[in-house]
Design a binder for this molecule. Structure first.
Ligand code: ANZ
Ligand code: ZN
Length: 821
C-alpha cells in the first residue's frame, strides 16, 4: 500500500479509463477544438522502441492541450495494406489479412498498456473494406477531374520480385528489398497528376514556415525542384536521308548559348533512336542495353566516368549558327526538361567532364575572374562578365540571361519557361494486398469507372500462399471470376483493372476520416472535417519528410478544389521526433543491438520508459538508449508518488496562507512549464518537475510539514504536470490526494502572478571558455536542471552545431562550462 509498485498501478487504471472516458472529445462546441495526430503505424509486428518514443511525444501534446481546456481529438489507426503482409502470407500459406489483423491486435493491446490517450472508438484500418471503399471513391473523383490517368512509360522493375519499384525503392541500382539489379520496363500504369499542383505545393509552404521544421520544407522544395530558365530550339540538320528537325532544350543558363560546343540527347529516350544515323545505330543500341540497369542517381553521379556515343547528326545554334555535334549520353535524363541539352562545358561540370572524356572543345563565355575552365578542369558557375558572346559581351550574368531570352524569342526559337523536378505520382502496383483500382477495361468503351454504388471493389478472400507469389502481373489477374465482369456502360464482356494502389494513397487522407470514422455514405463528413482540421500538431519521423507529407498536401488541395473540405494545408504544425539508438547506432538485427520494448516495460514499467524517452533530449534529437537511465526515472517517479503519502490537508483546502516559498516555486514551475511545452521543450519540463518534487519533499521534512496547504498545492501540480509524461503514476497520486476523477482532465493549475516575482540569478553558459548564453534561473536550481536548461538553449545548440559533448561542468546556480568534442 505504501510502497510504489508500477505493476499494481498499471493493473488498475486501464479499466478506470474505459469507465471515465477522459480521452473522448465532446465535439459539442463548448470548448476550442484541437487535433493532435501521430503518424499512424504499420502493423509489422509488436510495437518497438521507435513507436514508444514517437507516441510518447504525441501524447505529451495531446495531454497538455486537454489540461489546457481544449476539446482534443487524438485518434489512432493502422496503415494496414502493404507488401510485408503479402510476403508473410506467401511464407505461411495464408491470406495477408491473417498476419495483418493479428499484428494490429497485438499493437493495439500494447498501445493500451502504453496508455496513449486516444479515443479508441475512432480506430480505423486502411485495409478494411469500409475504409478502402472511400479510397476508391476518391480515386474516381480524381479520375473524373483528369487527375488520375494511365500512360505507358518506362518504370523501375525488379526482375526477382516481379513488381514496379518507386525511385525511392531503388538503391544503388538494385532493389531495396532483395538486392537484384533493377531494370526498366515499359508498362501501362496509373498516375496522379501531382505536377498540376507543383506551384501550389510550393507557394502554400508559406503557411507552414515557422511551424514545420525548416529542413522538411527544404526537402519538399527540393523535391518539387522548380527551376526557371528557357526552352531554346536547335535545328538538327538533315543527314543520311533523315530530314532536318527542331529539338528544344531546357536551360537555366541561356546567357551561355555562345559557349555551347556540343549537344546531348538522353540515350534512353526515343528521340535518340529517331536521330541516330544508320552508321551509328548499332553502337547506340549496344550503349542503350548497357545503361538499362543504372539508377538515375548513378547516372547523374559526378563521380562516374562520363560515357556516350556520337549520333552522326549536327545541331545549329540559333544564336550564332554554329554547328554542334549531337551525342547521346546517359547523364542526360529522358524525363527531365526536354530530354536534350546544349552542353556548355566551361560552365557546367558534367558537360566539362564529358568534353574531357571525348576531347570536345571548351569555350569560356562568362569571365568570373577564376582560371579558364579549359585549363583548370573546373567549370565556373558564378556571376561575371560575358565574353566571346557577340552582342551579349560586357553584360553581367542576369542581364545576359534576360537579353538572351529576348533574342531567341524575337527569332521565334525559344521562350522563357519554368521546369519542375517533380514527376507525376505512379500509383499502380502489381501486388495483391492493396486497394484495388476501381476501373473496368472494356474493348468498346475504354476505361470505365466502377459506379459509386458498386463500391467497394473488394479483394478476393480465398487467395493464399503461392497464389500471391510474384508473377509479373498482379495476383488478381489470375482470379478469373474476379477479373471478368460486364462493362458497366455497354454490358459487354470486360475486365477489371488488376493493379492495386500504392499504399501512400491510403495514408493521404486517413487524417480526414478520423473526424467522422463512422460515416457510411461519404469518405468523411465535411462539417466534422472542417470543425477539427487542419491537424493542429502532427508528429512523426523525418523519413516521411517528402512523400507522405507531399502526397497528403496534394490530396488536401484537390479535395479543397472539389469543394469537399475548406482548407488547403492538412497539418498546421509538424514535429519530427528523433530516432532511438543503442550505442550511438540505429537498432538493427545485423548489429544485434536491438532493445525489446516489452521487456523494458516489464522491467521498469510504462511510466519509467515514457519518462525516459521524453527526458533524454529535446524531442527532435535522437535518444541513445545506452546513455539513459530508466531506473533513475523509476526512482524519481517513486519519490513523486510518495509525496502523496505525506499530504495531510483535505482537497479544496484554502491555499492562500500556505508556505510562501514553496508556493512561489510551484507557481513558477507551472508557469514556466506551460511556456516550455508550447516550445516543445518537453525534457526541460521534466527537469523542472524534478526540482518541484525535491522542493516539496524538503518542505515536508523541514518543518513546513505535510499539513501545510502549500504542500498539497505543490503535490497536485506535480500530479497534473506528470500526467503528461507518466500517466499511471499521476493518476494514482491524484487519486491518493482524494480526487475521484481522472487527472487527465483536472485542468492546468492557475498561476498567481504575484507569486512569480522572485529573486533570480544569472547563470553564465560557456562553450570552450567563451560566454555563449545567459540564463535567468532560480537561486536554488539543481545541477541537473541547470545542465538541462543550458543544453536546451538555442544559442548553445547553435554554437555546438551538432558536435557532441566531451565534458560539461555545472556549478549551480552560476556557471555551466561545456567542452565540445
Ligand atoms: C546549359 C547550361 C549552361 C546549363 C550552364 C547549366 C549551366 P536544374 O537547375 O536542375 O533545373 N539539363 C537540362 N535538362 C537536363 C536533363 N534532362 N538531364 C540532365 N541535365 C539537364 O538544371 C538545369 C540545367 O541542367 C540546364 O541548364 C541543363 O544544363 C541541364 F553553364 O543548360 B544547362
Ligand atoms: Zn463497354
Amino acid at each position: 500500500e505504501n510502497t510504489y509498485s508500477f505493476a499494481d498501478i498499471e493493473a488498475r487504471w486501464p479499466a478506470e479509463w474505459d469507465r471515465l472516458q477522459p480521452f473522448k472529445p465532446a465535439d459539442d462546441g463548448s470548448r476550442e477544438r484541437r487535433y493532435v495526430l501521430d503518424m499512424f503505424p504499420y502493423p509489422s509486428g509488436d510495437l518497438h522502441m521507435g513507436h514508444a518514443e514517437a507516441f510518447a511525444m504525441g501524447d505529451v501534446v495531446a495531454r497538455y492541450y486537454r489540461q489546457q481546456g481544449f476539446d482534443v481529438l487524438h485518434p489512432i489507426g493502422w496503415d494496414s495494406f502493404g507488401l510485408p503482409a503479402e510476403n508473410a502470407a506467401i511464407q505461411r500459406n495464408a491470406h495477408p489479412s491473417e498476419w495483418t489483423y493479428t499484428n494490429i491486435e497485438t499493437q493495439a493491446n500494447s498501445f493500451r498498456r502504453y496508455a496513449i490517450s486516444v479515443d479508441w472508438s475512432r480506430r480505423l484500418h486502411t485495409s478494411d473494406p469500409g475504409y478502402y471503399q472511400w479510397t476508391q471513391w476518391l480515386f474516381l473523383r480524381f479520375f473524373e477531374k483528369g487527375l488520375a490517368y494511365r500512360k505507358n512509360s518506362p518504370v523501375n522493375w525488379c526482375p526477382k520480385d516481379q513488381t514496379v519499384l518507386a525511385n525511392e525503392q531503388v538503391v544503388n541500382g538494385a532493389c531495396e528489398r532483395c538486392g537484384t539489379p533493377v531494370t526498366k520496363k515499359s508498362l501501362n500504369q496509373w498516375y496522379f497528376k501531382i505536377t498540376d499542383y507543383a506551384d501550389r505545393l510550393l507557394d502554400d509552404m508559406d503557411q507552414l514556415r515557422g511551424h514545420w521544421p525548416e529542413r522538411v520544407l527544404a526537402m519538399q522544395r527540393n523535391w518539387i525542384g522548380r527551376s526557371e530558365g528557357a526552352h531554346v530550339d536547335f535545328v538538327i540538320e538533315e543527314a543520311d536521308g533523315k530530314p532536318a528537325q527542331s529539338v528544344p532544350v531546357f536551360t537555366t543558363r541561356p546567357d551561355t548559348l555562345h559557349g555551347a560546343t556540343f549537344f546531348v540527347v538522353a540515350a534512353d529516350a526515343p528521340l535518340a533512336l529517331d536521330l541516330v544515323t544508320e552508321a551509328h545505330r548499332a553502337e547506340l543500341e549496344e550503349y542503350r542495353e548497357g545503361i538499362k540497369s543504372l539508377s538515375e542517381i548513378e547516372r547523374q553521379s559526378t563521380e562516374r566516368e562520363k560515357t556516350g556515343v556520337f549520333t552522326g547528326r549536327w545541331a545549329i545554334n540559333p544564336l550564332n549558327g554554329e554547328k554542334l555535334p549531337v551525342w547521346a549520353a546517359d547523364y542526360v535524363l529522358a524525363d527531365y526538361g526536354t530530354g536534350a541539352i546544349m552542353a556548355v562545358p566551361a560552365h557546367d561540370q558534367r558537360d566539362l567532364d564529358f568534353a574531357k572524356a571525348f576531347d570536345l572543345p571548351v569555350r569560356m563565355v562568362v569571365d568570373t575572374g577564376a582560371e579558364d575552365p579549359a585549363v583548370s578542369g573546373i567549370a565556373t558557375t558564378g556571376d561575371g562578365t560575358l565574353v566571346n558572346s557577340g552582342e551579349l559581351d560586357g553584360l553581367g550574368k542576369d542581364e545576359a540571361i534576360a537579353r538572351a531570352i529576348e533574342l531567341v524569342a524575337e527569332h521565334g526559337t525559344g521562350e522563357q519557361t519554368v521546369n519542375y523536378r517533380l514527376r507525376d505520382w505512379l500509383l499502380s502496383r502489381q501486388r495483391f494486398w492493396g486497394t484495388p483500382i476501381p476501373i473496368i477495361h472494356c474493348a468498346t468503351c475504354g476505361e470505365v469507372p466502377v459506379p459509386d454504388d458498386q463500391l467497394p471493389v473488394t479483394l478476393p478472400e480465398d487467395l493464399r500462399g503461392g497464389d500471391l507469389s510474384p508473377k509479373g502481373t498482379s495476383p488478381l489477374a489470375a482470379v478469373e471470376d474476379w477479373v471478368n465482369v460486364p462493362c458497366p456502360q455497354c454490358a459487354g464482356p470486360a475486365k477489371r483493372d488488376t493493379d492495386t494502389m500504392d499504399t501512400f494513397v491510403d495514408s493521404s487522407w486517413y487524417f480526414l476520416r478520423f473526424a467522422s470514422p463512422d460515416t457510411t455514405d461519404a469518405p468523411f463528413d465535411t462539417d466534422a472535417v472542417n470543425r477539427w482540421l487542419p491537424v493542429g500538431q502532427y508528429v512523426g519521423g523525418v523519413e516521411h519528410a517528402i512523400l507522405h507529407l507531399l502526397y497528403s498536401r496534394f490530396f488536401t488541395k484537390v479535395l479543397f478544389d472539389l469543394g469537399l473540405i475548406g482548407f488547403t494545408e492538412p497539418f498546421s504544425a509538424l514535429l519530427n521526433q528523433g530516432q532511438v539508438l543503442n550505442g550511438g547506432k540505429a537498432m538493427s538485427k545485423s548489429l544485434g543491438n536491438g532493445v525489446d520494448l516489452s521487456q523494458q516495460l516489464d522491467k521498469f514499467g510504462v511510466d519509467a520508459i515514457r519518462l525516459t524517452m521524453v527526458f533524454a533530449s529535446p524531442p527532435e534529437d535522437d535518444v541513445d538508449w545506452a546513455d539513459v537511465s530508466p531506473s533513475g526515472s523509476s526512482k524519481f517517479l517513486a519519490r513523486a508518488w510518495r509525496l502523496g503519502l505525506d499530504v495531510s490537508s483535505a482537497p479544496g483546502v484554502d491555499v492562500s496562507g500556505g508556505d510562501r516559498a514553496l508556493r512561489s516555486i510551484t507557481h513558477r514551475t507551472v508557469a514556466d512549464s506551460a511556456a516550455l511545452l508550447q516550445g516543445n521543450k518537453f525534457n526541460v519540463v521534466i527537469a523542472r518537475v524534478m526540482e518541484l518534487v525535491n522542493a516539496t519533499r524538503k518542505a515536508i521534512d523541514s518543518g513546513v510539514g505535510g499539513a501545510d496547504p502549500a504542500v498539497r498545492e505543490a503535490t497536485e501540480a506535480v500530479a497534473i504536470i506528470l500526467s503528461l509524461f507518466a500517466p499511471y503514476t499521476a493518476e494514482d497520486l491524484w487519486n491518493r490526494l482524494g480526487h475521484p476523477a481522472s487527472v487527465a482532465t483536472a485542468g492546468w493549475p492557475a498561476v498567481d502572478e504575484s507569486l512569480l516575482v522572485q529573486e533570480t540569478v544569472v547563470a553564465v553558459v560557456q562553450v570552450q571558455g567563451k560566454v555563449r548564453d545567459r540564463l535567468e534561473v532560480s537561486p536554488d536550481i539543481t545541477e541537473d536542471a541547470l545542465r538541462e536548461l543550458a543544453l536546451a538553449s538555442g544559442q548553445i545548440q547553435k554554437t555546438l552545431d551538432g558536435r557532441g559533448i566531451r565534458t560539461i561542468i555545472v556549478r549551480a546556480p552560476k556557471l555551466v562550462n561545456i567542452v565540445p568534442e
